[in-house]
Design a protein around this ligand. Structure first.
Ligand SMILES: N[C@@H](CCC(=O)N[C@@H](CS)C(=O)NCC(=O)O)C(=O)O
Length: 236
């Protein structure tokens, strides 16, 4: 490990929080570099990556960003799922996350549900509540203002209820899918897109279970703030 210690670039109030959680769940050594979003008053890039992060790995320069250790070539890996997969394939020698001999197909499906349809739905909700887009005309015009999100959450809740016992999508412990799903679900909770406890109680309990993990709490302490509700909301 000493010759392959990764460096993790983290941005406050962002999806890189889930990778910080994963690093803590895995209990591996890593160096942490904290970056703070530009202020709301920034003339060209409010809330965007600050110069410190722009300098690390242009042109994307988003977080999360992992720089592998020397053994793996000090390679810059952007993208949450790629980072999670790299970390698990490289450091989970006991296959606790099941990506080798566990139900990795289930993990892949739920990870994909989180990063494609669900994050698209929460992304639309975010653009609506930032006042960047407006609903369209007719029945299709409001499909992303609630119905699509509910459809995706319904599908996920069915997966959770019908999946392995233990409280997490992958069973007794959070798997890669649970870690990746944490961010869009936190968006729903922090920005109040709907009342999770009321409409999707099993997902609400699952999210609380994630928040209650000691590793999750350590990740919050090591990070520099995680409040996805802190961005402005334009009433509509
Ligand atoms: N697809 C990437 C998204 C990365 C991303 O867009 N991160 C946002 C934070 S949630 C960011 O760095 N925003 C700052 C910027 O775009 O300048 C992933 O899954 O990791």
């Amino acid at each position: 490990m000493s010759d392959n210690k990764p460096t993790f670039h983290h941005l406050n109030n962002s999806q890189s929080q889930r990778i910080l959680w994963l690093l803590e769940e895995m209990g591996i050594e890593y160096d942490l570099v904290l970056h703070t979003r530009n202020p709301a008053t920034h003339p060209t890039g409010p809330f965007q990556s600050p110069p410190s992060l722009l300098a690390v790995s242009p042109p994307l320069s988003t977080a999360p960003l992992l720089i592998t250790g020397p053994k793996d070539g000090n390679r810059a890996i952007p993208e949450s799922t790629a980072i999670a997969t790299y970390l698990i394939r490289t450091f989970d020698t006991a296959d606790r996350f099941g990506l080798r001999n566990g139900d990795w197909v289930r993990d892949e499906v739920i990870t994909s549900m989180a990063t494609t349809n669900l994050q698209r739905a929460t992304g639309f909700m975010m653009m609506l509540d930032f006042g960047l887009i407006r609903n369209g005309e007719g029945p299709l015009g409001t499909i992303f203002d609630g119905p699509e999100l509910r459809k995706q959450l319904g599908a996920l809740e069915r997966e959770l209820v019908g999946g392995p016992k233990g409280g997490f999508f992958m069973g007794e412990y959070p798997g890669r899918a649970d870690v990746i799903l944490e961010f869009p679900m936190t968006m729903v909770r922090h920005r109040g897109y709907l009342d999770l406890g009321e409409e999707f109680p099993r997902l609400d309990e699952w999210l609380q279970r994630c928040y209650d993990r000691e590793a999750y709490k350590r990740a919050l302490e090591k990070g520099n703030g995680y409040d996805m509700g802190s961005f402005p909301k334009v009433p509509r």
